[in-house]
Design a protein around this ligand. Structure first.
Ligand SMILES: C[S@@+](CC[C@H](N)C(=O)[O-])C[C@H]1O[C@@H](n2cnc3c(N)ncnc32)[C@H](O)[C@@H]1O
Length: 355
């Protein structure tokens, strides 16, 4: 039916994690949009054949892809920024302009009427009026069958990370025959994916064997703090009073209780954020070494393969990794969408992420 696989567009593509999962499942990703310079460099390095429009999506005309989509669009992926709806964003406000970016996808839907619209975001999005209006619009204007928003955990998809996400699938003329293929996978732990890595050198340099595997240089005070954090756990409450931050000393609430904590080798990691190599921003210390996890460790916890190329400075790469949809989770979901797009007689797509 398809020469190169079903045709997909990846909106808010970031470093290309979604495109990677889609391609691994057999999709033909022809176009993508993002405006962040570092992420776009990374995207191009890994997906050179995809037409990436590096612009604010508000200024992108959907027709910039029309020559690549002569026979209709099969899949439109929308991963708008999640910070406006995230429980981890304590400063969120309904006035956050990024919240309106979901609506920018409407012009692509109007132009191409894709057979599947796939949306990934934080669970908080599902309870907003923006989301309700968007799903109602899909049904009213184009007759999409809009599924219930699903709350999923990346850890159920073989990703060594607790990452709660909301996904929504709307279809037109195709039926998702199976529930999305996400709950079938055995638990993978932090130790499974980073346990074989060597102790990293401190600081980034040109002659690193692995350009992502270097430890952040910690202050003497933070090194002292790390020495008090029990292996495979702990948190800021493990610190003696003299080493606690003034702002934490009198805090009654459990806010930020994970800071300075270690991941556990025997468990999945907490949700990686854009600050995932900073021990002051979450449970991002190594399970047994006195340092934050490296970018390589973060990339593995997000299920990026080691040959994925990242561009940018350390903060930009941490942002690309923390923002990503875990490619393994995306691959598993994409298999189900692939199956839906195949004619019934040809629907025996492998459902095993390990194969
Ligand atoms: C949650 S991240 C997407 C992650 C990506 N799907 C992945 O798997 O790596 C959201 C992305 O939206 C991009 N973005 C935010 N506002 C944008 C805008 N106005 N136009 C284009 N891209 C934008 C950000 O640069 C960021 O890469």
């Amino acid at each position: 039916m398809y020469d190169n696989g079903p045709v997909a567009l990846d909106l808010f593509c970031g470093s290309g994690a979604v495109s990677l999962g889609l391609k691994q499942a057999g999709f033909n990703v022809v176009g993508a949009v993002d405006y962040e310079v570092g992420a776009c460099r990374t995207y191009r390095a890994n997906h050179p054949a995809v037409r990436l429009i590096e612009k604010d999506i508000k200024k992108v005309d959907p027709n910039e892809f029309s020559d690549l989509i002569p026979e209709g669009l099969d899949l439109l992926v929308i991963c708008a920024p999640c910070q406006p709806f995230s429980s981890q964003n304590r400063a969120k406000s309904s006035a956050d302009k990024r919240a309106g970016l979901l609506d920018e996808a409407k012009k692509f839907i109007t132009r191409y009427e894709p057979r599947i619209v796939f949306l990934e975001n934080v669970p908080g999005l599902a309870s907003t009026s923006i989301f309700g209006e968007f799903t109602e619009w899909l049904h009213r204007e184009f007759g999409y069958q809009v599924g219930e928003p699903m709350r999923i955990n990346a850890a159920d998809s073989g990703v060594p990370q607790r990452r709660m996400r909301m996904i929504l699938v709307a279809t037109k003329g195709v039926v998702l025959r199976d529930a999305l293929n996400i709950m079938l996978h055995p638990k993978v732990t932090v130790g499974d994916v980073i346990g074989d890595l060597p102790v990293p050198p401190i600081g980034r340099s040109e002659d690193l064997e692995d350009p992502l595997h270097f430890a952040r240089r910690h202050s003497a005070l933070n090194l002292e703090r790390l020495k008090h954090i029990p292996l495979n756990g702990g948190g800021r409450s493990s610190l003696p009073a003299r080493l606690r931050l003034a702002c934490h000393k009198n805090a009654k609430s459990s806010a930020f209780s994970d800071t300075y904590g270690r991941m556990s080798l025997a468990d999945v990691a907490p949700t990686l954020t854009t600050g995932c190599t900073d021990i002051t921003r979450g449970r991002f210390a190594h399970p047994v070494q006195n340092r934050a996890i490296t970018l390589r460790e973060a990339a593995r916890i997000q299920s990026f393969p080691d040959d994925y190329i990242f561009h940018g400075n350390a903060n930009q790469i941490a942002m690309q990794i923390g923002n990503a949809v875990p490619p393994r989770m995306m691959f598993n979901i994409a298999l189900s969408m692939m199956a839906a797009l195949q004619p019934l007689s040809n629907s025996s797509v492998a459902i095993d992420a390990e194969s």
